[in-house]
Ligand binder design. Structure first.
Ligand SMILES: O=C(O)CCC(=O)C(=O)O
Ligand SMILES: [Fe+2]
Length: 199
């Protein structure tokens, strides 16, 4: 489990265990990773079904894993590709902070402010109970919102900076939803990597 080393800040939200490392990567390294991942990832856009209607998911994605296990969420089934050396390297560095080994990495590409990620918890059964999710942000800074599932007064907003790492663990996914909202501001691209254990 994460400790306060390496400039991490614990978010003071009840029913959660969330840590933010604003400068996990130096800006120049973060930019290098962004450019390489932007260029070399086989980005795909899946359709999602919401209340019987089909929409194009408002972002592009890719899944990597060290097993063949598919990952299912929002009516989408994704099959993993083999980790690249770049992703293996990032995974190893993030595992040092998280204190666990990840099996998988889901990448998201938000092309502009119209791309988003709606309210959800990462609570699919293949993630197990109390999943550890490590989320690396590259490129444009985006707003990230939390809301408690049952206590409507509990909300939190933060900005996920270029090169930052957000670690969600413990009971966080059980009690909280999160989202990347759309924005009307003209903004650039953002890549997000979420390292997970898919069982
Ligand atoms: O883009 C982000 O920071 C969040 C991604 C996310 O919540 C997810 O992929 O489950
Ligand atoms: Fe998520």
């Amino acid at each position: 489990m994460a400790s306060p080393g390496l400039g991490g800040e614990k978010l003071e939200l009840p029913d959660s265990d969330i840590w933010y490392y604003p400068a996990f990567l130096k800006p120049a390294a973060a930019t290098k990773y962004f450019e390489k991942l932007r260029r070399e990832t086989p980005w795909q856009q899946d359709d999602i079904k919401v209340f019987g209607k089909t929409y194009a998911q408002p972002r592009l994605t890719a899944l990597y894993g060290n097993n063949q296990k598919p990952y299912q969420y929002s009516s989408i089934t994704m099959h993993p590709r083999e980790f690249t050396p770049l992703l293996e390297g990032l995974k190893a560095d993030i595992e040092e902070i998280a204190g666990i080994s990840f099996s998988s990495c889901l990448l998201n590409l938000y092309r502009d402010g119209r791309d988003s990620n709606g309210w959800h918890a990462d609570d699919e059964k293949e993630l197990g109970i109390n999943p550890v999710i490590a989320s690396l942000s590259l490129g444009e800074a985006r707003s990230f919102h939390f809301k408690h599932k049952t206590n409507k007064d509990l909300r939190h907003r933060m900005t996920l900076e270029h090169g930052s790492l957000l670690l969600m663990q413990g009971t966080t996914q059980h009690h909280w939803l999160h989202q990347i909202p759309k924005t009307k501001r003209p903004i650039g691209e953002r890549i997000n990597l979420t390292f997970r254990v898919i069982q």
